[in-house]
Design a protein around this ligand. Structure first.
Ligand SMILES: NC(=O)c1ccc[n+]([C@@H]2O[C@H](COP(=O)([O-])OP(=O)(O)OC[C@H]3O[C@@H](n4cnc5c(N)ncnc54)[C@H](OP(=O)(O)O)[C@@H]3O)[C@@H](O)[C@H]2O)c1
Length: 323
């Protein structure tokens, strides 16, 4: 048996309960990870509350369960130790320290199984489980969207919502690519943004980035309040808007509208790839990517972890410690 946090209905943080579940057994191609740390991400919070961007509510219910969640155990990110492997596994060994992303969820548990080909990689020796687990969600999203945008050195990038889990990865990965980064967040997080590589910081409570004279090659919106109509004037010709948190009408119509003026809009879900995990591990090992941990909660404190994420104020990742 194992302990796992489950939701049997959609609702506030209090619907999450830690309970006993069957311990999973790895199939031929799977590794089983004894989870040391996981996160409560913005995606976990959205799913738990069934709080979706405009146009996605019905699709989300069809995918995850119309009246109640079909899969009760949430959790996208894991860091832990491989404790069992299937007979055909040749990429990992029992005892390996690994971290990764599991879009089928299930990481809010003491054990999780993923195939050896999933988005999983070895944890660099200089990283703790708590640090490693803060990398996959934001990091893989940033790698995916900057690949789409074909970001080049010397370009200017504005990250709206720079202090969230996605934002802190966007700022660092853009900076590492040689871009000049402007972070948009509240004043309290300005020094963190500068320490991660932002050249400029705009406090959204004081200034509207879309009403400034500066123009950008790439704008990243992780908040969902910067559609193309708002960004148009501050996006350069041939500029790209990375609509990480877009609603369905924006995803459907903005690319067409933008294309008419030579700009591009990219939205939709980021995929999950083992290679991205290896890139994140290598960058973190070299000190080019820092894990930003907002807060740590014991596993039994998962309801409070959800409350923290629901506040909309977390800086980086909310980490759950299992061991
Ligand atoms: N498309 C995809 O594949 C994909 C992948 C991952 C995530 N996402 C989505 O991306 C979104 C962000 O995820 P996340 O994990 O980064 O969220 P998060 O960590 O919860 O973001 C919280 C941050 O948003 C900032 N914020 C709130 N209101 C703001 C405003 N008006 N202007 C600027 N910043 C504001 C806050 O900064 P302050 O405290 O400084 O105000 C806070 O640090 C979520 O909606 C998630 O579902 C999409």
């Amino acid at each position: 048996m194992m302990k796992a946090a489950a939701i049997h209905q959609y609702g506030p943080p209090e619907v999450v309960r830690v309970d006993e579940f069957e311990r999973p057994t790895p199939t031929a191609e799977e590794i089983r990870i004894r989870v040391h740390a996981t996160t409560v991400s913005a995606a976990d919070s959205r799913l738990r509350a069934m709080r979706m961007p405009l146009g996605f509510a019905l699709l989300a219910r069809l995918a995850f369960g119309v009246f109640r969640p079909r899969k009760p155990i949430l959790g996208l990110e894991f860091a832990g130790v491989v404790d069992a492997i299937g007979p055909n596994v040749d990429k990992f060994e029992v005892g390996d320290r690994v971290f990764g992303l599991c879009s089928t969820m299930g990481c809010h548990a003491e054990f999780v199984c993923v195939t050896q080909h999933a988005a999983v990689a070895l944890i660099p020796a200089n990283l703790t489980f708590e640090e490693a687990v803060a990398l996959p969600f934001g990091g893989s999203t940033a790698l995916h969207f900057f690949r789409k945008a074909e970001l080049r050195a010397g370009e200017s990038v504005l990250v709206n919502g720079a202090s969230g889990a996605v934002g802190v990865a966007m700022v660092q990965i853009a900076r590492h690519a040689g871009a000049v980064v402007t972070a948009v967040c509240s004043d309290a997080n300005a020094s963190t943004m500068r320490s991660l590589g932002a050249a400029e910081v705009i406090d959204y409570n004081r200034d509207d980035f879309a009403a400034q004279p500066c123009r950008y090659d790439v704008i990243v919106d992780t908040v969902g309040n910067a559609p193309y109509s708002r960004c148009r004037k501050v996006l350069k010709e041939r500029g790209r808007l990375l609509a990480v948190s877009a609603n369905l009408p924006q995803i459907l119509f903005s690319p067409l509208w933008a294309m008419l003026s030579g700009r591009r809009v990219f939205g939709g879900p980021a995929g999950e790839h083992a290679e991205d995990m290896r890139v994140l591990a290598a960058r973190a090992a070299a000190g080019d990517l820092k894990a930003v941990v907002d807060s740590r909660f014991p596993f039994q404190g998962i309801v409070n972890a959800h409350r923290r994420v629901d506040s909309g104020r977390k800086v980086g990742s909310v980490v759950l410690i299992l061991r």
